[in-house]
Design a binder for this molecule. Structure first.
Ligand code: C2E
Ligand code: MG
Ligand code: MG
Length: 289
């Protein structure tokens, strides 16, 4: 009886595994096709200078305009793309597209000169030809390197290899700035910050979002701001949703903020309209002036 049950369980397990594999395979095939068919899009969310209220840059965030499922968020396909290696061609496309778009906006709005940051995952960073891909994207778009920034997470630095260091130095040597994304959620080993001097630190949204209701979160944000200052890093607060938080971040002299309070990520056309409007967020209310 036990044997029969065991066998049954085993079958259930097999079926689950099979379904999982088939789904993964289906998603991989769909995703590969999505890239070929031009179903991937970049959305743009402004990073706002908290002192002047002006847009400093945009973060490029990927979306998949799926013919049946509608707009699919990156959390539903980037992990699969990373597991299957598809992130390499997809990430390359994102670099090209972000450079093309920001270059077009620079020509259209020469007095604003927005910058763009692109997320790069650890798998991409391990590709020896990443630097060539980045420089190629800039050249094709006729964009100066200082207008492009790359967002990496601690997982990239955890590798700690000479290859990672060389890649970082190569790109920094080209005047490309690096942002440490989601700071505080990974291993947050201070040694990474010392060994790999990055330019900008993004405080993870999980701390920022609750700092107006939880004193501990406010304290963590204060500590990260102090740490960044001592390392000469610029601070960006992610997940800025309320006016109370905005006022507090200004009090702490945080340089930049990004979040729904200012704007959700926008499709390229809407982001272009936002730039055209010359909108500025002033005062503690975070409202239009
Ligand atoms: P991330 O790089 O940390 O991007 C910030 C995420 O926070 C975005 O989610 C953004 O929409 C969301 N967000 C911004 N402000 C607020 C706010 O005030 N409240 C809340 N609740 N959320 C806010 P999104 O667009 O779903 O992207 C999720 C993640 O997917 C990104 O996190 C990034 O890790 C990854 N990703 C997106 N695009 C790319 C890409 O082109 N390449 C790679 N490798 N990863 C990407
Ligand atoms: Mg990011
Ligand atoms: Mg982040």
């Amino acid at each position: 009886r036990a044997k029969a049950q065991g066998k049954g369980r085993c079958q259930v397990f097999d079926t689950t595994m099979h379904t999982f594999a088939v789904n993964l395979l289906g998603l991989e095939t769909d995703l590969r096709r999505a890239l070929e068919r031009g179903e991937l899009e970049l959305y743009y969310q402004p990073l706002v200078n908290l002192a002047s209220g002006e847009i400093e840059s945009f973060e490029a965030l990927m979306r998949w305009r799926h013919p049946e499922r509608g707009l699919v968020p990156p959390t539903e396909f980037i992990p699969v793309a990373e597991d299957t290696g598809l992130i390499v061609p997809i990430g390359r496309w994102a670099l090209q597209e972000a450079c093309r778009q920001i270059s077009a906006w620079q020509a259209q709005f020469p007095q604003r000169r927005p910058k763009v940051s692109v997320n790069v995952s650890a798998v991409q960073f391990a590709q020896p030809d990443l630097a060539e891909a980045v420089l190629q994207s800039l050249a094709t778009a006729r964009l100066e390197a200082r207008y492009l920034k790359l967002e990496i997470t601690e997982s990239v630095l955890m590798d700690g290899s000479d290859a990672v260091r060389a890649m970082l130095e190569r790109l920094q040597g080209e005047q490309i700035e690096f942002l440490m994304d989601d700071f505080g959620t990974g291993y947050s080993s201070l040694s990474y910050l010392h060994r790999f001097p990055l330019d900008i630190l993004k405080i993870d949204a999980s701390f920022v979002r609750r700092m107006d209701v939880e004193a501990r979160h406010d304290e963590i944000v204060q500590a990260i701001v102090a740490l960044a200052r001592s390392l000469n890093m610029t601070v960006v607060a992610e997940g800025l949703e309320t006016v109370t938080t905005l006022a507090r971040l200004r009090e702490l002299n945080v340089a930049f903020g990004q979040g729904f309070l200012f704007s959700r990520p926008l499709d390229a056309e809407s982001a272009g309209r936002l730039l055209a409007s010359g909108r500025r967020w002033n005062g503690a209310r975070g409202s239009h002036e």
